[in-house]
Structures are given as C-alpha cells and as structure tokens.
Design a protein around this ligand. Structure first.
Ligand SMILES: [Zn+2]
Ligand SMILES: [Zn+2]
Ligand SMILES: [Zn+2]
Length: 230
C-alpha cells in the first residue's frame, strides 16, 4: 500500500500541485512547504518540464535544447563478478548508462562487457511494456485508497495522483505501478494536448484567412461594379 502524499509536518494527506514544475507546494492543512519531486518522482517532474519546454517552443519563446525526460530511467541492476578482481558487482541495466565502476578494485568498466546493449534494450522494453500494462490494469480495475481502502476510478488523462472520493486522501499512482509508466502516460497526454492546441490554433487562423479572402473578394467585386457603372 502506498503512502500517498503525506505531509511530513502534520501527517495529513494533501494533493500535489497540478503543474509539477512548481518546486514546492504548501500542505493544505498546516501550510508546511513540501518538495514536489519528493512525492511526484523525478520522472513525472521531468515530463512536465519537457511539456513546458514544448509549449514555450511552440509559442516561439524558446529555442534552446529541450530538458531530458527521465521516464526511461531504470534502477535495475544485474549481479555479476568483476572481471578484474572477482568481487561481486551490480551491473546497471539502465540503457543510458554505459560504464560503471567496481568499488573494490576501482576499475571503470564498460557495461556491454557484461550485458550486451541489445539485451539491455530488450530488458528495458519488457520493463516499459509491463509498466504500461500495469497502469492499464489500474485504469480498468480502479485503485484502492491507502487510507480508507475505498476503490477509486483512475482516469486516463495523464494524472499522477487522484483524490480519494471517500476520504479525500491523495493517492499517488506511482505507489501502485512503476513511476516511469505514470510519467510516460503524462508525457503522452501532454503532447496530445499540445498537438490539439496547434491544430485548433491553425484552424482558427485558417478561418481568419478565409474570412479575409472573402472580404477582399467582396471589396474587389464592389470596386469592379463601381468602376463599371461610372
Ligand atoms: Zn501539513
Ligand atoms: Zn573489481
Ligand atoms: Zn480514502
């Protein structure tokens, strides 16, 4: 069972801010300042940072490099024996990590000397699929509130939390499924929404262009008529 968003000062359950880029938020009961990333997780916070960047770039406000999405990070490792000193080592399975250091002998080593990049990709794909499936199951079956045990519906809208409809406790979805799956769903929904906004804006602009063209044609028509009748 998850801990939800429990205020470290008063123990009350308080919801996270809607925009996870807000670095800290106030407990709605005692007003203590709580760190957003400590509850939402780095992956979900990085999804909002990336979406914020995409939005700003679409409005032409930013042209710098996009922040990194942490949603594919994996903390999984594989136990192995160091090739140099034979000490037990934990080989990182995160596909973005290419080297690791054996603590006993201090040697920096390449991960693919222990696990091939292809195998790591396959493992990571399996992990992502399993996370997405678990999230889909949670949406289909609902989530149990860790405070009152009530079953709550999980919307498919990129939420990282839901507020229990019975006791109002905040329930974090990452307490029940892989946090990176929640972050990926959040990113997917955000990008969908941003794309919808572009299409909407474009449609509005196209309408203006059509109206402008109609008015111009009418003016030209009137002018032509006036010229002819002179
Ligand atoms: Zn509090
Ligand atoms: Zn070693
Ligand atoms: Zn509840």
């Amino acid at each position: 069972m998850g801990r939800g968003v429990t205020c470290r000062q008063c123990g009350a359950s308080t919801p996270l801010p809607d925009d996870l880029r807000v670095p800290s938020f106030a407990c709605q009961y005692c007003r203590a300042q709580l760190v957003t990333a400590a509850y939402a997780g780095a992956a979900a916070v990085s999804a909002d940072a990336l979406l914020g960047h995409v939005g700003a770039a679409m409005r032409g406000e930013r042209t710098d490099a996009a922040p990194r999405f942490e949603g594919s990070r994996s903390a999984a490792t594989r136990a192995a024996e160091c090739r140099h000193c034979r000490a037990p080592v934990a080989v990182p399975l995160d596909v973005t990590v290419h080297t690791f250091r054996c603590a006993p002998c201090g040697r920096e080593q390449r991960v693919n000397e222990y696990v091939s990049d292809g195998e790591r990709l396959a493992i990571d794909l399996g992990r992502q699929v399993a996370g997405n499936d678990a999230l889909a199951r949670l949406r289909a079956e609902g989530v149990e509130c860790s405070r009152c045990g009530g079953k709550n519906a999980v919307p498919d809208d990129g939420s990282v939390q839901i507020v229990c409809q019975f006791c109002k406790a905040a329930v974090l979805l990452s307490d029940h499924v892989d946090a990176s799956a929640v972050a990926r769903a959040r990113l997917k929904h955000g990008i969908h929404a941003a794309r919808g906004e572009i299409v909407h804006k474009r449609t509005a602009r196209d309408k203006l262009i059509i109206i402008g063209a109609v008015i111009a044609a009418a003016v030209i028509g009137v002018l032509a008529f006036v010229m002819q009748t002179r």
